[in-house]
Design a protein around this ligand. Structure first.
Ligand code: HEM
Ligand SMILES: *[C@@H]1O[C@H](CO)[C@@H](O)[C@H](O)[C@H]1NC(C)=O
Ligand SMILES: *[C@@H]1O[C@H](CO)[C@@H](O)[C@H](O)[C@H]1NC(C)=O
Ligand SMILES: *[C@@H]1O[C@H](CO)[C@@H](O)[C@H](O)[C@H]1NC(C)=O
Ligand SMILES: *[C@@H]1O[C@H](CO)[C@@H](O)[C@H](O)[C@H]1NC(C)=O
Ligand SMILES: *[C@@H]1O[C@H](CO)[C@@H](O)[C@H](O)[C@H]1NC(C)=O
Ligand SMILES: *[C@@H]1O[C@H](CO)[C@@H](O)[C@H](O)[C@H]1NC(C)=O
Ligand SMILES: *[C@@H]1O[C@H](CO)[C@@H](O)[C@H](O)[C@H]1NC(C)=O
Ligand SMILES: *[C@@H]1O[C@H](CO)[C@@H](O)[C@H](O)[C@H]1NC(C)=O
Ligand SMILES: *[C@@H]1O[C@H](CO)[C@@H](O)[C@H](O)[C@H]1NC(C)=O
Length: 328
């Protein structure tokens, strides 16, 4: 027997949704299947091209998606340029002289607009670029959920405070992930993106020479690795000199990041903390991902989907930007 309530509940929900303009639209993998069926391969082709002259570009692109999603959700806000009134996220502390790949995003957008004008958001381009970057580097492939729309604003103050810093404690970083609905499994899996790409000396010199004002290096740093890093990053040297985040396989997406942590060869303080913080629940997750690349890949894909789902603009909210650098 169909009860009165079982009939009424969905009607009431629909009514309330219309009344309060509540959009619970979900992203899905087929969002552009009729309007831009080839979008994934267009994105992939441009990245493949860019990798020919810049083996680092995939790493730079996935980082843009991360820094986009952590600030008011995955809404392309990181791509907006500074202007008279808008204070860009590009100029926020975690991004300035650090975030890169914006020119390649523009090339992707141009190629996508040529095939499907006015259809694909810049926020979705970042999500697609992240997946292509990982799979082209030897990592997993997955169906990217789509349907995000682009913001009409940026939040520089939010970028300053919401994106984790490499100098923070594990508990502070965990709190920043938790603030966007990601747990410590997501934290460890997503940190595995540091299996490729580079970091500047200015982010590690404190670990090499004077950690927490002790006058000594970070005691969790492998002494052999310390010597290598000191050669590349001399005291009072150029802080923008680059280091491989994964010194074993710098451009390959694999699980060596986690065995590096077990050997005390994590590059950033925030990397090594996942394994070296006494009693932390992240340690066993590092061990699991180090012992099984398959398990790491499965968790990484799930966590990328979780991160990509952070408060997207959907339906009629936001817009489809025609130029990722500026509001329509
Ligand atoms: C857990 C907290 C995290 C911290 C503290 C952190 C910090 C950093 C720092 C300081 C750099 C070097 C930037 C530079 O030298 O200019 C970097 C690079 C990078 N990060 Fe993270 N990151 C974190 C999480 C993530 C996540 C979740 C992802 C992606 C899923 C990611 C992907 C990358 C990649 C691929 C690079 C290399 C970029 C390039 O070579 O251009 N990171 N990160
Ligand atoms: C994907 O999402 C869009 C927008 O919410 C919707 O129109 C479409 O029907 C969805 N497709 C599937 C297969 O759920
Ligand atoms: C889709 O894009 C790829 C790469 O850009 C291209 O090789 C292919 O011909 C395209 N297919 C269609 C049906 O447009
Ligand atoms: C800067 O961007 C904001 C947000 O898109 C826009 O409202 C404003 O008109 C722009 N200002 C200038 C000087 O272009
Ligand atoms: C963000 O941080 C940068 C660099 O520290 C600073 O110059 C800027 O004023 C900050 N922006 C906001 C809106 O707090
Ligand atoms: C952790 O966050 C607290 C509160 O924001 C701050 O006072 C503290 O300096 C942070 N610690 C580290 C190591 O970043
Ligand atoms: C984190 O969330 C995932 C669901 O996405 C769940 O499977 C996992 O067990 C959670 N991890 C922890 C440590 O709670
Ligand atoms: C290390 O840093 C502390 C605090 O900033 C400072 O007092 C000390 O002189 C430094 N030691 C060395 C050897 O540079
Ligand atoms: C530091 O290195 C960067 C790139 O490697 C270079 O552009 C810059 O001029 C250098 N700065 C100094 C002070 O040598
Ligand atoms: C330091 O690194 C070497 C080479 O990876 C490794 O064999 C050794 O066990 C590491 N030492 C420590 C204390 O982790």
């Amino acid at each position: 027997m169909v009860s009165f309530h079982s009939l009424l509940a969905p009607i009431t929900t629909l009514f309330l949704a219309i009344l309060f303009n509540v959009s619970n639209a979900q992203l899905n993998a087929t969002f552009y299947s009729t309007t831009c069926p080839n979008v994934s391969s267009i994105v992939q082709t441009v990245i493949q091209q860019a990798l020919q002259s810049d083996p680092r570009i995939g790493a730079s692109l996935i980082r843009l998606h991360f820094h986009d999603c952590f600030v008011d959700g995955c809404d392309g806000s990181i791509l907006l340029d500074n202007n008279g009134t808008l204070r860009s996220e590009k100029d926020a502390a975690p991004n300035t002289n650090s975030a890169r790949g914006f020119d390649v995003v523009d090339n992707i957008k141009t190629a996508v607009e040529n095939s499907c004008p006015g259809v694909v958001s810049c926020a979705d381009i970042l999500a697609l670029a992240a997946e292509s970057a990982v799979s082209l580097a030897g990592g997993p492939s997955w169906n990217v959920l789509l349907g995000r729309r682009d913001s009409r604003t940026a939040n520089q103050a939010g970028a300053n405070t919401s994106i984790p810093s490499p100098f923070e404690s594990l508990s502070n970083i965990t709190a920043k992930f938790s603030a966007v609905g990601l747990n410590i499994t997501d934290l460890v899996a997503l940190s595995g993106a540091h299996t490729f790409g580079r970091a500047q000396c200015r982010f590690i010199t404190n670990r090499l020479y004077n950690f927490s004002g002790t006058g000594n290096p970070d005691p969790t740093l492998n002494t052999t690795y310390l010597a290598t890093l000191r050669q590349n990053c001399p005291q009072n040297g150029n802080g923008s000199t680059l280091n491989n985040l994964d010194f074993t396989t710098p451009n390959t997406f694999d699980n060596n990041y986690f065995s590096n942590l077990q050997n005390n060869e994590g590059l950033l303080q925030s990397d090594q903390e996942l394994f070296s913080t006494s009693g932390a629940a992240t340690i066993s997750i590092v061990n699991t991902f180090s012992s099984s690349q398959t398990t790491f890949f499965q968790n990484f894909v799930q966590s990328m989907i979780n991160m990509g789902n952070i408060s997207p603009l959907t339906g009629t909210n936001g817009e489809i930007r025609l130029d990722c650098k500026k509001v329509n």
